[in-house]
Design a protein. Structure first.
Length: 168
C-alpha cells in the first residue's frame, strides 16, 4: 500500500522565505536610479544570472501556460546545475513554485511551495530543485535561462509524491 501523499500548502512568496532557493523578482518600494533623462527609475534585481558556465549563453523565451488544477500532484522535480532560471509573468498572473534546496535528491518532505501575488517573478539559483511551471492563471511568462549544446536538466522522481493544496 502506498503512503498518502505529502501535503504542501503554498505560502505567500516573500524574499526572505524564498532566499534559500533564489531571488524574488518584484518592483521594490522607494525610488530607483533615475535613467533616460529622469523619465524612468531603474531597479537592479539580480546582478549575476549565472548563465555562461561551461559555454552557456542567455536564452529568452515565452512559455504560454495553461492554468493547472489544484490540488496538484508533484511527482517529478528538476534542476539546472549550471545556470539560473527566471520566470516572470507578462501581466497579472499567479503561479505556484515548488522548490527544494540544491544538493541531494529531494524527497517529498524536503519540498516547499510558494504562491506569487500575480506580479512577482522568481530567479531560481543554479542547482535548485523545482517543479515545472504551475500557472494558477493561464497566460504568458518570460523565461530567461542558460542555453548550450548539452542540455542542463536533471530530473528526479521522489519516492513519495507531494500534493500541492489550493490555499488561495
Amino acid at each position: 500500500m502506498n503512503p498518502p501523499p505529502h501535503r504542501l500548502v503554498p505560502q505567500p512568496l516573500t524574499s526572505a522565505a524564498f532566499a534559500p532557493y533564489g531571488t524574488v523578482l518584484q518592483a521594490p518600494g522607494g525610488t530607483g536610479r533615475p535613467i533616460n533623462g529622469g523619465t524612468s527609475q531603474r531597479f537592479d534585481l539580480v546582478d549575476d544570472l549565472q548563465l555562461q558556465r561551461q559555454g552557456g549563453r542567455p536564452a529568452l523565451a515565452i512559455f504560454r501556460a495553461t492554468a493547472r488544477r489544484f490540488p496538484h500532484s508533484v511527482d517529478e522535480m528538476e534542476r539546472h546545475a549550471l545556470g539560473s532560471q527566471s520566470f516572470v509573468p507578462l501581466g497579472a498572473r499567479r503561479f505556484v513554485i515548488v522548490v527544494a534546496a540544491a544538493g541531494p535528491l529531494p524527497e517529498a518532505p524536503d519540498l516547499a511551495a510558494f504562491i506569487t501575488d500575480g506580479e512577482q517573478g522568481v530567479t531560481l539559483a543554479p542547482g535548485t530543485w523545482h517543479h515545472a511551471l504551475l500557472a494558477v492563471d493561464a497566460g504568458d511568462f518570460v523565461v530567461l535561462e542558460r542555453a548550450a549544446p548539452q542540455v542542463d536538466c536533471d530530473v528526479h522522481r521522489p519516492a513519495r509524491a507531494a500534493l500541492v493544496d489550493q490555499a488561495w
